[in-house]
Structure formats: structure tokens, C-alpha cells
Design a protein around this ligand. Structure first.
Ligand code: 3HC
Length: 303
């Protein structure tokens, strides 16, 4: 069944090579998902070789973990690892027909990434962004071919959470959108078409929710009380665990976007800034013993 609002699927183009810009927390998870589900070459890039190597190391490590769980044969392990390459040179993206960026959450940085990519990829290659909150229309506005830009917003942990928000910018054409939906389906995600509005749907709701939790801490409720109050509702994580999973810096960027758009509803918070300043950035999923997300420094000290 075609997701609500998705264009005619016959317009979708084939994707035979994928590019991933960024090799951080989200980008590595994305590259892994694309190679696993699409089984096509995936090339990743970042600002230096060290980051690229770390990204590839993460992807190889996750492939090995899947093999250890009996989900990939030794042949598949070698094939998937062989499909993932890294390059500092965006020329390696020349024959990619679907490129997704997951770089720093800053409009000018993302615009620059797309402008540079446009010099290398074919005019109809899809340029997708995993932005958490920024406008797809604005991101595409300076390009020669803004009609191929789509929002493709995943949730942490990417391998586990089924939802994918597909965002149509004002100039996105039906072929780009149809291709995005087909790719989303190949990735085995549940795609929903969402409006190009600040933080789309999920992060808009989540940011408001997290903002209220942080506001109760700001107002003097002990950290532990605010963080565990909703436990009886059976949420999979406490709000602060979720904050650590997403990364306080990312959450703060989204909150800033929302504050700028709706200052009456989204407040900035000193406590939130303290989380960010403490450098508690979510890192690669490194907790080998449990397989769950881990963060540097722990998260239960502020407030
Ligand atoms: N990365 C990859 N896989 C992970 C993972 C991670 N960080 N954490 C857990 N998993 C996998 C495990 O390997 C396991 O897989 P398996 O069953 O195939 O072996 C499976 O998930 C279940 O893990 P566990 O049994 O260890 O743990 P839980 O059942 O407690 O689930 C969870 C962990 C899926 C992370 C769950 O706590 C959860 O859903 N939390 C809420 C996450 C959430 O709301 N994310 C949205 C954040 S918003 C966002 O990302 C948007 C962005 O723009 C900011």
C-alpha cells in the first residue's frame, strides 16, 4: 500500500549506488542500513580520513555483530564489507544516484555540502538530508536542481526504530519523492510523508516533552524524580536516557530551531546548556557487554 500522499510509485528511479556525507553517529548507522538492505555500493565521506576510518570501523564492527548473532553468513559479511568504501574526494560520489547527508545540524553547513555535491552528481541524483529540524525548502533553495532534495529523517537507533519521516520541500518533484518512498520501503522502514515544518512531527512533539521535563528540573524538582516520574507509563527509556541516546547537542539544536519558530512554546534552558557543555555527546554504540547505546560521562549528574 502506498503511504498517504506519496506520488505514483512508477515515477521512482532505481538506486544503484549510495553516498553518505558524514561519518558520525547517525551517518554510520545510515550507511550500515543502506548497505544491508539495498546491497549496493555505499561510499562515505567526512572532513578527514580519521573520521572516515572510524565510520568504516563502526560499520565493520556492526556487520561482525550481526554475523555473531547468526544473521549474516561469512559470504554476506565479506560482500557487505566490500560494498562500503570511504573517500575524502566527492568525485567518488559522481555515479551515486542517492546521496544522504548527516552532517552538523547547521543550515549553512548543509547548504554547502549540497552545493558541493551538485558539482559532482548527475542532475537527477537524489540529495536527501537526515536533518532533525531544519527546512528542506531552505536547504534546497540555492541549488540548480532543488527538485531532487528530500528530507529523509531517521530515528535512533536506526537499525531498530521503524519510522522514517519523508519530507517534501516546496520544490521537491514527484520523481524524487517516489524514489525516496521506494528506498524507504527497501530499507524496511514505515514511511510517513510529513510537512516541511520546524522539526517535522516527531521531534516537534519530543522536544516539547523533553523541554517540560527539563523545565521541571530547572524549577527545582530533583533530577531523579523528574526523570523517573513517567516510568509507570512503560516508556522504553527515561527522558534523560533518551537525551543521551540522541545526544544533548543534537537535542539542543532542535530546541533552538523550535524556540526560534515558536518562542512562546519552546524555552531555552541553562540546565540543558549544561548537559551540552559537559560534553556528554552520544558516541558510537560502544557498550559491548549490553549492546545498548552508551554515552561518554554518564548522564545523571546535572540538575
Ligand atoms: N544501536 C543499534 N541497535 C541497538 C541499539 C543501538 N543503540 N540499542 C539497542 N539495539 C538493538 C539491540 O541490539 C537489540 O537487537 P536484537 O533484538 O536484534 O538483538 C534490540 O535493539 C533490542 O535491544 P535491547 O533488548 O538491548 O533493549 P531494549 O529492548 O531496551 O530496546 C531501544 C532498546 C530500542 C533503544 C529502546 O529503549 C527504545 O526504543 N528507546 C527509545 C528510542 C527512541 O525513542 N528514539 C527516538 C529518538 S529521536 C531521534 O532519534 C530523532 C533525531 O532527529 C534526534
Amino acid at each position: 500500500k502506498r503511504p498517504a500522499g506519496a506520488p505514483d510509485r512508477s515515477l521512482a528511479r532505481d538506486v544503484t549506488k549510495v553516498g553518505v556525507v558524514g561519518a558520525g553517529l547517525m551517518a554510520g548507522q545510515l550507511a550500515l542500513l543502506f548497505v544491508r538492505r539495498l546491497q549496493v555500493p555505499v561510499v562515505i565521506t567526512d572532513i578527514d580520513q580519521e573520521r572516515i576510518d572510524r565510520g568504516i570501523g563502526y560499520i565493520h564492527g556492526e556487520i561482525d555483530k550481526l554475523a555473531a548473532k547468526g544473521r549474516l553468513s561469512p559470504d554476506a559479511v565479506n560482500r557487505l564489507k566490500g560494498l562500503v568504501t570511504g573517500s575524502l574526494d566527492k568525485k567518488a560520489f559522481a555515479d551515486a544516484d542517492f546521496v544522504i547527508e548527516a552532517v552538523f545540524e547547521e543550515m549553512s553547513v548543509k547548504q554547502q555540502v549540497f552545493a558541493e555535491l551538485e558539482q559532482h552528481v548527475a542532475p537527477e541524483a537524489i540529495l536527501a538530508t537526515n536533518t532533525s529540524s531544519l527546512s528542506i525548502t531552505e536547504m534546497a533553495s540555492k541549488l540548480r536542481h532543488p527538485e531532487r532534495v528530500v528530507g529523509f529523517h531517521f530515528f535512533n537507533p536506526v537499525a531498530v526504530l521503524p519510522l522514517l519521516e519523508v519530507v517534501r520541500g516546496e520544490q521537491t518533484d514527484d520523481a524524487a519523492l517516489a524514489t525516496a518512498f521506494r528506498v524507504g520501503k527497501q530499507l524496511k522502514k514505515s514511511c510517513v510523508l510529513v510537512k516541511d515544518a520546524p522539526a517535522f512531527v516527531v521531534n516537534r512533539l519530543l522536544t516539547r516533552f523533553m523541554g517540560e521535563v527539563i523545565a521541571t528540573i530547572d524549577e527545582g524538582t530533583p533530577f531523579e524524580v523528574a526523570d523517573t516520574a513517567l516510568e509507570p507509563l512503560g516508556l522504553p527509556m527515561t527522558p534523560m536516557e533518551l537525551l543521551q541516546l540522541v545526544g544533548p547537542a543534537v537535542a539542543q539544536h532542535v530546541n533552538e530551531t523550535m524556540h526560534a519558530a515558536y518562542p512562546d512554546r519552546f524555552q531555552l534552558s541553562d540546565n540543558m546548556q549544561r548537559f551540552v557543555d559537559a560534553g556528554k555527546t552520544a558516541v558510537w554504540i560502544t557498550d559491548e557487554s549490553s549492546g545498548t547505546a552508551s554515552t561518554e560521562g554518564g548522564g545523571r549528574t546535572a540538575g
